[in-house]
Design a protein around this ligand. Structure first.
Ligand SMILES: CC(C)(COP(=O)(O)OP(=O)(O)OC[C@H]1O[C@@H](n2cnc3c(N)ncnc32)[C@H](O)[C@@H]1OP(=O)(O)O)[C@@H](O)C(=O)NCCC(=O)NCCS
Length: 344
């Protein structure tokens, strides 16, 4: 059936193998429900989705009889998400990357992740409730959909969902909004949200908190204005209480918060003033030795334009960071993604 759906929708090779994988997941043992258009519009508003984008998401809502192939994909995608809910060790990178404009990718494809989101909200929030999460934290955490639709529009000028894989981290109840920062949970060395880390022997030698399989918290910086030290202090304080209450440690004496980001590239300190928020954020963390060269990553987060490396001359040069990113590349340098940790 997966192959038939893929054929009917004109899927390419990687989309077809994704549909084949969903075939193996099967139909959910529950009735999948999408809210009717007026409720969907209200829910999207609550999830921070701008009106223009929400209208297109609602206009493309699939139904069992209206768009049976898309309904088939939706049912199985949601079944998979509910199966792996609360299990961060399972892969997050199994989704097609449906981004761009109409020429690159149809509206139906670009809205699919938002349809999944609408169908999943009750399931994810039920999991939050089972862990005793406050309703305001639950809603704030779900509003990541709006943020990623705003980013998609800014990048491509069209409705869509940026970083679908990350949105699934949210739908799988692994990430929580606690003020300025977001925090997700995982087991060190397991799954694909675990950061670049110490070699095995050293991790073991460092003891509880550092060992493979230990419970760990990831720190994320959503795009929502400057990250002042005071706002970050507040988020870290909230995270301490939050994880102790909702994810108590069993047989582990120490808990770390880790960050794996372009923001921890220590070369940034050569370009930004010591009082900049980024440099002050870096100072919180002890860096793990080693790095991954990733010019594309910093360019994506700073400029939000398609293929920035190919258009270095046209990138805006308004802020110190924008100028630094381009000047460093022009001087033959490369930017890196690095990992760091701090006790939580
Ligand atoms: C992380 C972030 C909040 C930091 O912003 P900030 O708090 O303003 O950081 P700083 O105070 O260190 O900024 C220093 C300079 O860089 C500029 N700057 C910071 N982030 C910028 C960005 N994403 N794009 C353009 N310029 C940026 C600031 O405007 C400032 O410039 P100025 O001195 O000319 O006024 C911001 O970069 C951002 O929103 N990034 C997107 C999300 C992200 O990258 N998350 C991490 C994913 S792994």
């Amino acid at each position: 059936m997966g192959a038939a759906v893929a054929k009917a929708l004109g899927f390419g090779t990687s989309e077809t193998s994704w549909a084949d994988g969903l075939d193996a997941v099967g139909k959910p043992p529950y009735e999948l429900v999408l809210p009717p258009p007026d409720e969907a519009t209200e829910l999207l508003r609550r999830l921070g989705v701008p009106e223009t984008d929400a209208a297109e998401v609602v206009a493309t809502l699939p139904s069992r009889s209206g768009l049976p192939e898309w309904w088939w994909l939706l049912e199985r995608s949601c079944h998979w998400l509910t199966k792996v809910m609360g299990d961060p060790d399972e892969s997050h990178f199994t989704w097609p990357s449906w981004v761009g404009t109409e020429q690159a990718c149809s509206l139906q494809r670009r809205c699919f992740m938002a349809h999944v989101f609408l169908a999943m909200v009750p399931h994810t929030m039920a999991w939050h409730r089972s862990r005793g999460l406050a309703e305001d934290i639950s809603w704030a955490s779900m509003a990541d959909l709006g943020r990623h639709m705003v980013i998609h529009r800014r990048t491509y000028g069209a409705t869509g969902v940026d970083a679908a894989w990350w949105v699934t981290v949210c739908l799988r109840a692994e990430v929580f909004d606690l003020g300025r920062l977001q925090f997700n949970w995982f087991h060190l060395g397991a799954g694909d949200t675990s950061p670049w880390w110490y070699p095995l022997e050293e991790a073991r030698h460092r003891g509880p908190g550092f060992r493979p399989g230990d419970f760990c918290v990831g720190v994320h910086i959503p795009e929502s204005g400057p990250m002042t030290p005071a706002a970050c202090d507040d988020s870290f304080e909230r995270a301490k209480g939050f994880f102790s209450e909702h994810f108590p440690l069993v047989g582990q004496r120490r808990r770390l918060a880790t960050c794996w980001s372009w923001l921890l590239d220590d070369q940034l300190a050569d370009w930004l003033p010591p009082e900049s928020n980024i440099v002050r954020f870096q100072r919180r963390f002890e860096l793990v030795p080693g790095s991954i060269e990733s010019d594309g990553n910093i360019l994506e987060f700073v400029f939000r334009v398609p293929d920035p490396l190919e258009h270095l001359d046209a990138l805006p040069q308004r802020t110190r960071l924008e100028r630094a990113v381009v000047a460093h590349l022009r001087a033959g340098g490369h930017w890196r993604t690095r990992s760091g940790w701090v006790d939580l």
